[in-house]
Each structure stands twice: as structure tokens, then as C-alpha cells.
Design a protein around this ligand. Sequence first.
Ligand SMILES: C[S@@+](CC[C@H](N)C(=O)[O-])C[C@H]1O[C@@H](n2cnc3c(N)ncnc32)[C@H](O)[C@@H]1O
Length: 399
Amino acid sequence: MVARSGGKQRSRLAYRMRRLQAKARRLFSVELWGAPSLVHPLFDAPRPRVRRTRAPTPVDPALVSRIADNFRRADADFNTQSPSMWQKIESNNQAFTGALRQGDAPGLQRQFETLFQDELLGGFGHRESLYFGENRWRPGFQELRMTDMLLSLGEALGVLNLPNHVQMNLLDYVDFVHTDQDRLLADIEARLGFSLVMPLVGNPPVFRLNGVSTSADMVRHAYVAFRLRQLGLNPEDPIVEIGGGFGSLALLAHRAGFRNYTIIDLPYVGAIQTFFLGTALGPDAVSGYGEPEKAIRLLPPPAIKDIGNGSVAMVINMDSLPEIGEPEAGAYIREIGRISRLFLSINQEAQAYIPDVGPQLVVPDLVASVDGFRLMHRSRYWMMEGYVEELYRIERSRG
Ligand SMILES: C[S@@+](CC[C@H](N)C(=O)[O-])C[C@H]1O[C@@H](n2cnc3c(N)ncnc32)[C@H](O)[C@@H]1O
């Protein structure tokens, strides 16, 4: 009897020791990640593996020739760009703009085939060098960011409960950070009702989760495509996005069912959007400057003047107006007030100083200089730290 009870005590002690050791190991391996744009403190976080893709990208010569024609028309009409950081970014891409100007089809084909492998997407896409080359970020940052955005999207959609550091102990929080990402992606896609697959156009780096090749851009922009529905927009409602990156939000809005979408952007960026979206969705889904209108229109800045008064349900601007030169940004706000009923802005307000340009702009300051914008909602942006989401209703006098 005595020996057996001693044995029980020993095994209880051994069990407690094992638990303590496990806890200590977990805590010693903790690495706290609080880096730019991350929403979660990432303790001991998983880093989903990013893969290179090398599948040949189909390049439709007819689409490339349309892109060069559209670019030349857009470029001829857009000559009023005010000083901004985007002039410098564009000047880094002269091989591309030169090929567009000359209608150099083989040159354009080569650059489109490897869109995500060179620097053409600098400033607006998760290209390969961010994962495999640039050491501006600590190694692993982009992979941690993917984990952070998956958790953020899960929380924003209500697929995950929001963690709470007052109510949870550290180990429970570490477990939360380790949420099974295959399962999470499946639950997110089920809640969204559309896919987060990244089209393999231009060899993008991808994460393989639950059998789906997805990307950071798909996860981040899915939130806004979902938000359009949540805010009551209907499939045929006209939507205008100012500054659309390579077209990832437009693609996801299309998957979410929206069929009347215009991007206003720099002519060379419009050329990239036309290629990406025209390859992912088919050339008949897109139209450029001077072409008959299709479901997604990729237009240069002056084209905003052709949009009718009050004819747009919502203008979206994400991570872009603060970076545009002041006279142009002010003109955009006036045009938004003229054409749209709602304005959704997701932007930062840090006013970083840009050499030879000045401080970046702040959207509420721009809006304050124009009549008729009524702020309905202002909150932190779910998907990235340091960004604010604002919804304005535009009230215009009748008659
Ligand atoms: C930082 S990127 C953001 C892209 C995208 N909205 C996103 O969140 O990923 C800024 C965008 O603003 C666009 N942009 C820059 N100057 C512009 C201008 N004058 N008019 C319209 N878009 C402009 C860029 O081409 C790019 O698409």
C-alpha cells in the first residue's frame, strides 16, 4: 500500500514536472514580433512557407497590343501629374514605360511573364524580392505578416474570436497565434463565399494553404471586397477605385459579384492592371482608355472627369491619397464629391516627409476642405496596424 501511494505521488510529481518543462520550453522559445503593420504581437508564431511559382504565364498578344494602344492614348492625355513619390517610382520603370511607348510587343511580353519577379510592382504588390531578396525587412517578416493577416481577416469576419490579453494567459494566446492555417483559410473562404486563390499570372510568390495557392495581397484585399457587400452595395452598383495597385481588389470584388468597377490610376499602372486582370479573368472582362466599356475599366486620371455627377455608388481609396501630390489629391476629393454617394478611405496619417515633395497628406484634412462629406464611421483598419478606415456619405444639395 505504502509503496503504491508513493508511486502515485511520484507519477503526479513527474506529470507536474513534464508540464512545467513544456511551459518553460514554450516560453523560452518565444520571439515577440511587433513590426511595422502587424496587428498581433506574434509570440513564437508559425511562418507559412512561401513558394516560388514558375509556371509559364500565358500572354495573349492581342491583349498586349491593346494595352500598348491604351497606354499611348492615356499617356498623351495625362500630363498634369503633380510632384509626388510616384514620379520617382515610375522613373525606376523606364524599361517598361519605354516598351509601352514603342509598342515593343516582345519586350512587354517578357516583362509581363515575370511581373512578380522584378521591380515593376514596387510600391504596390508582394513581389518575389520581398520574400527571397530584399533584406530591408528582417528575414521572415513577410511570412509572419501573412500569419498576422490571416488572423486579422478571421477576426474581422467573425470566423475567429478576438483574443484578449486581460482574459487569456500567455500559453492560450500562443495557441491562438498557432491557429491551424489550413482550417482557417477554409473557414474564411466559406464565410466570404469567394475564393482567395492567387492567379498564377507573372509568377507570383504564393502560400499553399488547404490546397489553395494564395497570397498576402489576396488575403488583405478580401477584407474590402467583403466590406463592399457588408455596406450594402449591389452587384450592378458602379464602384470607382482610385489607385488600384496591380488590380487585386478589383479581382476580388469581381469574385464577390461586383460587375461595374473602374480603376483610376497612372497610365503605366493601368497597363499592369489590364494585363493582370485581363489574363486572370479573360481579355473581355477588361477595357482601357478609349475602348468600349467592359465589367472592369482601367482608366487614367483625366478620365474621372468623364464620370457623371452622382452616378457612382462608392469611391474607394486605399493606401494611396496620402502619397499623391497635393493639387492632384485635392482635385480627386472634389471629383469624389461630385461623382459619388459614398467614399471609403483606408489610409495612413503619419505624414512621412518625402524629399523634394514634402509631407504626405492626411485624408480627413483633404476632405475638410470640401463641402458635403459627412463622416459616418472611423475605426482602426482590421488588416494592418497604423491605418484608419473611414466611410463618408456625400450629401449634395438638390436642384
Ligand atoms: C501604395 S499603392 C496602393 C495600391 C492599392 N490600393 C493597395 O492598397 O495595395 C498606391 C497606388 O496609388 C496609385 N497612384 C499614384 N499616383 C496616382 C495618381 N496621381 N492618380 C491615381 N493613382 C495614383 C499607384 O499607382 C498605386 O496603385
